[in-house]
Design a protein around this ligand. Structure first.
Ligand code: GCW
Length: 787
């Protein structure tokens, strides 16, 4: 694959068409009329009814006959000794799969590793692989050994302890070894989980047609806690819905059934459904370590014995894959009468009150009795109607610490969200979180240290200061909370990025965020050497005790589990970037395409190129050049730039666009709200000056005059219009590229993506026309660009 094509698609920005056009021409090399609206006639594929339900773990036979022969010689036997030695804890007696399931519950992590290799290799090599549980010292030629130094003599023999220490708890080593005429592969972890991750990494090599000999790989995650948050009742774009994503058994909504009714009533937990295990395998394949299973707008039902029993069953099923559960809690749960007589009065709700802390310690213990490896609690407090410590006269520091003190002896962690925006704090919504949290981080403590938040607290902060918009500047808190553990929260589910209708690959956005320079300084004001957002998140800059990255996930019960087939890529990419934020999104796209759509160069090149420019295109036709939130209320899908009727001023698009006859955008420079002062000085200065702010963030910080000259040579108005038009054109090119791929793609998935791209193009044009039409009322200028 040519990197040049991909980078062309990204770097071109407003002239994105180039990348996809080239890919379409690549498709044309196979005789497909690229760029033609009329799909070529196609031969049927064996798997024309495939629904996408295996995600990227489909393991179809290697299509290249030479490679298949080579792999079959090199990989013959899966060897996992002592797979039953560390059985995974199971709380639920008779944990069972739903009738008719095809997945199987695993008893241990090494069993999961073995079964994945057997499934994967048998599928990829298109014949059954041999399995040995303990072949003694005579490893057959082509053995793939998986284990730890505890479980496996071969690991002990070939992987020194020091090599495993170097990759830590979750890392792994993959090593090719020869002995006389025989050659084999050793996949080793310090822990069983590390070994499982290594098994997935090895499978990925075959899935992406990479060599499986001559290997000497050592890989370890940069961030310790790699979590999903799952908003079980909101922003679900992957359940059954009117746009026809399909769905399992007539169910509706969330991936995990806790209180499902109707057709799903008989399929509630503790029954385990296939999709939970597919999700678990997919999460483990990219190294996800935990999932907060319920919405941050939390329902206290999750703290009741009935739900705890269900949580225990889910935890049992996921545990062999290294996935632990956390719960979102409602801060005022102790006042809920459903827990009577164990409830607290307002006075007892003070976060430092022993009764408050006892209540949470008791509740946590009760859950831990059934879910011993519970991670802890995620808390949305004093935000969007959720209660919090401020309701009881205390600040976020007191609230978070009150809970953290209660659960610290149980080894639990509090993920305290910073998504707060009390209008009394400042007129600019984007400034409010830092104003509420920053001073707590700076506060001198009696023991001479700084910062009030306890060590078992993470402040969980969205990437930008507003709310998961398609492009935001980084949140000013990254790097500025030197004394507090910080978790970065990204949104995988595409609330503001096209939901399950638009093809938008988010890895380039996350890469941009993670690689943004914070310009962090040390106590003397000297620029630190390593100071990208990724360095803050992985703890290298400020020596935080613990590190975490969180993605609000997009699982649902559509047949393909994410609604849009291409939304699977976002889940995949999040996991890979959470493991190693230095990866390049183009490489992640390449891997995912190969694992999901096949290794044909035409397919890989064309789809990767589509994906790599898709986010920039969406930004262009939705919110170009840093214009903030312009969505219709609540739905967060279509355009509503003129909306100004919402009860909160800062929910209205007009609050963000500030459109007038002078120009467009919100002045957050020192002459405006001065958000720029919240950043480290060098970054603040860059943003504060309209001549140095990156153009793609310009309207986040400046009210830009319609006739301002831009770097392209166009005036701002023309540049703006150009973005809207080129963004929509890119979607058209994606649709044509996809059409040209018809001969290469199985029928059902082809048709489903095609249908989505048609909608996508119409909806993108709606964004363009609505916004450009509205801005024109203020600019009074001509629209010179045509579709
Ligand atoms: O983006 C907004 C969403 C809410 C969400 C909130 C949050 C779960 O519209 O649905 O609440 O963010 O992050 O708390």
């Amino acid at each position: 694959m040519s990197r040049r094509v991909l980078m062309g698609a990204v770097a071109a920005g407003v002239t994105m068409g180039a990348g996809v056009g080239e890919a379409a021409r690549a498709a044309g090399r196979t005789g497909v009329p690229a760029g033609s609206d009329a799909p070529a006639p196609t031969a049927p594929h064996e798997d024309d009814d495939y629904d996408g339900s295996a995600l990227w773990l489909r393991y179809v036979p290697i299509s290249d006959p030479h490679l298949l022969r080579r792999y079959r010689r090199q990989v013959t036997t899966v060897v996992v000794e002592n797979a039953d030695r560390n059985p995974s804890y199971r709380h639920t007696p008779n944990l069972t799969m739903a009738p008719g399931s095809t997945e199987r519950l695993m008893a241990s992590t090494l069993e999961a590793a073995r079964e994945e290799l057997v499934r994967g290799l048998s599928g990829l090599l298109d014949h059954p692989v041999r399995v040995h549980n303990g072949p003694g010292r005579a490893l057959p030629d082509g053995s793939v050994v998986v284990g730890t130094r505890d479980s496996s003599w071969a690991v002990r023999r070939f992987v020194p302890a020091g090599d495993l220490e170097a990759v830590g708890r979750d890392g792994f080593v993959i090593r090719s070894v020869s002995q006389g005429q025989r050659a084999f592969t050793i996949i080793a972890g310090t822990t069983d989980i590390g070994a499982l991750y290594g098994a997935f990494a090895f499978l990925r090599r075959l899935q992406t047609h990479k060599p499986v000999t001559g290997l000497d790989i050592a890989d370890a995650p940069r961030v310790a806690n790699r979590h999903l948050n799952y908003w079980d009742t909101e922003r679900l774009y992957a359940g059954n819905d009117a746009s026809g994503t399909g769905g399992l058994n007539g169910e509706n909504g969330a991936i995990f059934n806790f209180a499902a009714t109707g057709a799903s009533a008989s399929r509630n937990l503790p029954l385990i459904l296939d999709r939970y295990l597919v999700a678990a395998r997919a999460m483990a394949s990219v190294g996800i370590t935990g999932i907060t299973i319920n919405n941050v707008n939390a329902n206290n039902a999750y703290l009741t014995p009935e739900y705890i029993a269900q949580e225990a069953a889910l935890a049992d099923a996921l545990r062999p894959y290294g996935i632990r559960l956390a719960l979102s809690i409602r801060y005022a749960a102790p006042m809920d009468s459903r827990f009577a007589p164990d409830t607290l009065t307002e006075e007892q709700m003070a976060p430092d009150h022993p009764d408050f802390q006892d209540w949470w310690a008791r509740k946590a213990r009760q859950i831990q009795e059934s879910v011993p490896d519970l991670i802890g609690f995620t808390v949305k407090a004093n935000s969007e109607g959720q209660p919090g410590p401020q309701d009881f006269g205390h600040d976020h520091g007191d609230g978070a610490n009150g809970m953290a003190t209660a659960v610290a002896p149980l080894g639990l962690t509090i993920y305290w969200r910073t998504f707060v925006y009390n209008p009394d704090v400042d007129t600019d919504r984007l400034k409010r979180a830092y104003l509420e949290f920053g001073h707590i981080d700076d506060e001198p403590q009696p023991d001479g240290t700084k910062g009030r938040f306890l060590d078992n607290v993470f402040l969980q902060t969205k990437n930008g200061p507003l709310d998961f918009q398609a492009r935001e500047p980084i949140h000013p808190m990254f790097g500025r909370m030197e004394n507090t553990n910080q978790a970065l929260e990204l949104q995988i589910t595409q609330e503001y990025t096209g939901q399950n209708r638009m093809l938008c690959f988010l890895a380039p956005m996350w890469e941009e965020i993670l690689k943004t320079d914070t310009y962090a300084t040390d106590a003397q004001g000297e620029l630190l050497e390593q100071r990208l957002v990724g360095h803050v998140v992985d703890g290298t800059v400020q020596n935080h005790a613990d590190t975490a990255i969180v993605g609000v996930a997009n699982f649902g019960n559509a047949d393909n589990l994410t609604g849009h087939h291409f939304s699977q890529a976002n889940l995949y990419a999040f996991g890979r970037q959470a493991w190693d934020w230095t990866l390049e999104s183009a490489d992640i796209a390449d891997d995912w395409v190969r694992m999901t759509w096949g290794n044909s160069p035409t397919v890989v090149e064309a789809i990767s190129a589509m994906m790599m420019g898709s986010w920039e295109a969406l930004v262009s036709y939705q919110t170009p050049l840093g214009i903030g939130h312009q969505f219709t209320a609540d739905v967060h899908y279509g355009p509503g730039p003129s909306e100004s009727h919402l009860p909160r001023e800062d929910w209205n698009p007009t609050y963000y666009n500030q459109a007038d006859s002078v120009g467009l955008g919100y002045d957050r420079s020192p002459t405006g709200s001065d958000l720029t002062a919240q950043y480290f000085p060098a970054l603040g200065a860059l943003y504060a000056d309209i001549d140095t702010v990156p153009e793609n963030l310009m309207m986040w910080f400046h009210h830009v005059p319609w006739d301002r000259p831009m770097s392209s040579g166009r005036i701002f108005w023309d540049e703006l219009v150009h973005h809207y038009y080129s963004g929509v054109r890119y979607v058209g090119e994606m649709r044509r590229t996809w059409d040209a791929l018809e001969p290469e793609i199985d029928a059902r998935r082809f048709a489903e993506v095609r249908a989505k791209l048609e909608l996508h193009e119409v909806d993108a044009a709606d964004w363009r026309d609505t916004c450009v039409g509205y801005w024109q009322e203020f600019s009074g200028r001509e629209i010179r660009e045509t579709a």
